[in-house]
Design a protein around this ligand. Structure first.
Ligand code: BEZ
Length: 212
């Protein structure tokens, strides 16, 4: 069954390049980006995993752990790790799950047979510290993901969890945000400052990004 936003992220115990991991124990207290790729030793996947390794500092700053999955065996993952480091310029620094029996791929509905074969498509699950699924993305095998977007959406989720705001189209950190529809304009002015709330429509009120 498909996983929906707000669902509890299913737990699993699997073999990874960092040893056996119980997913919920491994991510305990952290956000997680769980993402699948179709196959080891393929070009797009190599760039994606290299990019993820290069973002380790950005993930850590945000209390996020990355973990990749594919249906290839652990021996392939380990043999491929050197290429990921060589191509991306940073050694592999997060676990890759070996899922030859499709445990994780099935739990998270990562195999879409219409996409060609029985390997995983490019799924992304952003999971919060309470193990709730907060964002899903699905890309086809031929299109590599934009990891700046993954960081951006983590920033937006963490901001909107802490302040009664929402982020507009194409928001980037530091730019203005939208007052949550749950807040009246009077309450928004009391919270953010009378001169900090611009009402364009009764339902569209801008405010500078609050400090949280
Ligand atoms: C790749 O990672 O390059 C790739 C994998 C499967 C299908 C197409 C491309």
């Amino acid at each position: 069954m498909a996983i929906r936003l707000g669902d509890q992220a299913p737990n699993f115990t699997v073999e990874t390049t960092d040893g056996t991991i119980d997913f919920h124990d491994w991510k305990s207290g952290s956000w997680a980006v769980l993402f699948s790729h179709p196959k080891d030793f393929t070009p797009v996947c190599t760039t994606e995993l290299g990019r993820t390794a290069s973002l380790k500092g950005e993930f850590t700053k945000r209390n996020v752990k990355a973990i990749a999955v594919s249906v290839d065996p652990i021996s392939d993952h380990k043999a491929w790790a050197g290429d990921i480091g060589e191509v991306g310029g940073v050694d592999l620094n997060f676990p890759i799950i070996a899922d030859p029996d499709r445990t994780v791929s099935s739990l998270y509905d990562m195999i879409h047979p219409g996409e060609g074969d029985t390997s995983t498509v490019r799924s992304v699950f952003i999971i919060d510290p309470a193990n709730k699924v907060r964002l899903t993305l699905t890309y086809p095998k031929s299109v590599g993901r934009n990891f700046d977007e993954i960081i951006r959406v983590i920033d937006a989720l963490q901001l909107t969890d802490l302040a009664p705001v929402a982020t507009p189209a194409d928001w980037t950190p530091g730019s203005k945000v939208i007052v949550s529809p749950t807040l009246s304009t009077d309450d928004a002015k009391a919270k953010f400052g009378a001169d900090k709330v611009e009402e364009v429509k009764p339902y569209l009120r801008w405010t500078p990004q609050p400090t949280v």
